[in-house]
Ligand binder design. Structure first.
Ligand code: SF4
Ligand code: SF4
Length: 299
């Protein structure tokens, strides 16, 4: 069994309890305007280019079948993304790793070999393996195979999901998941459609079903100025949390811009308007206080 991943990160501390290894699966049915991993949206591989690393050897220009690379007056390569079909030939000859492909196929055994390297850290910290993305359930058979393999090794498992998946997929992994980190992106169905490309109907239905089935769920709420960071949405978070009494809690994820360098490397810098600024501490405290006053169990 193989699937497409775009990263495996060890020693993660924000993707569930303890120290964890997070496996990032490629492909997502949503297109959130604020996505920090836009390279994960398409299931296809994507070319990353960091011009600062280029030493002007011209090897990539020689092998590119599309003429997508050229030499600038400074001697460094320049990439015309509109001509690139992500064939990967240039990344194969770029010794400095200025050009790299994001996304590759990996077998369950290969992924698990990396995950199991840190077993002793998981045991010491009640950590384990987290599946993230993209949307990990976009590759349901691969995600399930990873969870089965992790459980066979006695690992704690977390799935970070938008909830946009067929119920049968969620139901089939339910016994294999110790904690769902479940995104709640926007209360208003029309705005959800506008911000993410999909309605939230299926997501909310799956959330209710998961809760009813006894799953452990932490609701994760990205708060993005100029998009969903407004009182009506906070009220929606509070109402949803109140309707799910066994929820493990709610966590607000304020927008940040730490990934800007990565977005530039991947050619996605223009996705998020420059006007959208991260909220200051005072604003974030206000959101948290507002929810706390409404009885929300914040993490
Ligand atoms: S192969 Fe790499 S280092 Fe050489 S010109 Fe191309 S991007 Fe620059
Ligand atoms: S990925 Fe292929 S098409 Fe794109 S720049 Fe590299 S060699 Fe050219």
């Amino acid at each position: 069994m193989t699937g497409r991943i775009f990263d495996i990160q060890r020693f993660c501390i924000d993707d569930g309890p303890g120290i964890r290894t997070t496996v990032f699966l490629k492909g997502c049915p949503l297109h959130c305007k604020w996505c920090h991993n836009p390279e994960s949206i398409s299931p296809a591989p994507h070319l990353s280019f960091l011009q600062e690393k280029c030493i002007g050897c011209d090897a990539c220009i020689d092998v590119c079948p599309k003429g997508a690379l050229a030499r600038t007056s400074s001697g460094k390569a320049i990439l015309g993304r509109q001509y690139c079909d992500a064939c990967g030939a240039c990344a194969g000859v770029c010794d400095t790793k200025a050009l790299e492909m994001v996304g590759r196929d990996a077998a369950v055994e290969e992924v698990m070999a990396v995950v199991l390297r840190d077993r002793e850290y998981y045991q010491a910290s009640t950590g384990g393996m987290t599946l993230s993305g993209g949307e990990p359930l976009y590759q349901p058979a691969f995600a399930k195979a990873l969870l089965v393999a992790a459980k066979a090794e006695g690992l704690h498992t977390v799935v970070e999901t938008s909830g946009f998946a067929e119920w049968a997929v969620l139901e089939s992994i339910l016994p294999l998941v110790d904690l769902f980190l479940y995104d709640y992106k926007e209360t208003d169905a029309h705005l959800h459609q506008a911000f993410t490309g999909q309605s939230n109907e299926l997501i909310l239905e799956n959330l209710r079903k998961l809760h009813a089935a006894g799953a452990r769920i932490l609701l994760r709420c990205p708060m993005i100025p100029e998009f969903n960071a407004r009182k009506e949405h906070l009220d929606g978070i509070a109402r949803t949390a109140a309707s799910l009494p066994r929820l493990a809690g709610v966590e607000l994820l304020p927008y940040h811009r730490l990934g800007r360098a990565k977005l530039q490397r991947l050619g996605f810098l223009a996705r998020m308007p420059e006007s959208v600024k991260p909220p200051d501490e005072h604003t974030v405290r206000g959101w948290n206080d507002y929810l706390t006053r409404q009885g929300v169990n914040l993490r």
